[in-house]
Design a binder for this molecule. Structure first.
Ligand SMILES: [Cu+2]
Length: 160
């Protein structure tokens, strides 16, 4: 038995015309090198500011909000999030589908800033929902702002 060989297309055609069967391994396209270049993604730096009564809601009242509430990063990219909390009460940035439950400490006094930093890396692409789960926004744990994206809730979009 003749061991199969890797043949270029032209040689395969020539052999086929002679009745010879060959096993052909697909040629590797030039843009897919055998060894992927190491392209470490620089971390995505995300700054979020929590502002009490920041935005007008559809119910014509102002509500606490994370600004911005919609963030994005790439799959396998480290995301370093810094939260600047202008509110004297703590809030959370909770995304169970990403295993995130960061507590944003409150400012020590009116006019001060509570600062919290955490990081995460998401392996899978998708749109992940986050929300604050601490009572805030002049309501309980299910206050208006928690149930409206753009306020105490939003999305984390992970792209390829
Ligand atoms: Cu909150």
């Amino acid at each position: 038995m003749i061991a199969p060989k890797i043949l270029a297309g032209g040689a395969v055609a020539a052999l086929a015309s002679l009745g010879v069967t060959a096993v052909v391994l697909a040629a590797r396209p030039a843009n897919h090198p055998a060894t992927a270049p190491v392209t470490a993604l620089a971390p995505e730096l995300v700054n979020l500011t929590i502002v009490p009564d920041a935005l007008m809601g559809s119910n014509k009242r102002t509500h606490d909000a994370y600004i911005p509430a919609f963030i994005s990063a790439r799959a396998n990219q480290k995301v370093i999030v810094t939260i600047y909390n202008l509110d004297t009460t703590p809030h959370s940035f909770t995304a169970p589908s990403l295993g995130l439950n960061a507590i944003a400490v409150g400012a020590k006094a009116q006019g001060a800033v509570g600062m919290t930093t955490f990081s995460f890396t998401a392996a899978k692409t998708g749109v992940y929902h986050w929300k604050c789960i601490l009572p805030c926004d002049n309501g309980g744990a299910n206050a208006w702002a928690m149930t409206h994206d753009g306020f105490m809730a939003g999305t984390i979009t992970i792209q390829a």
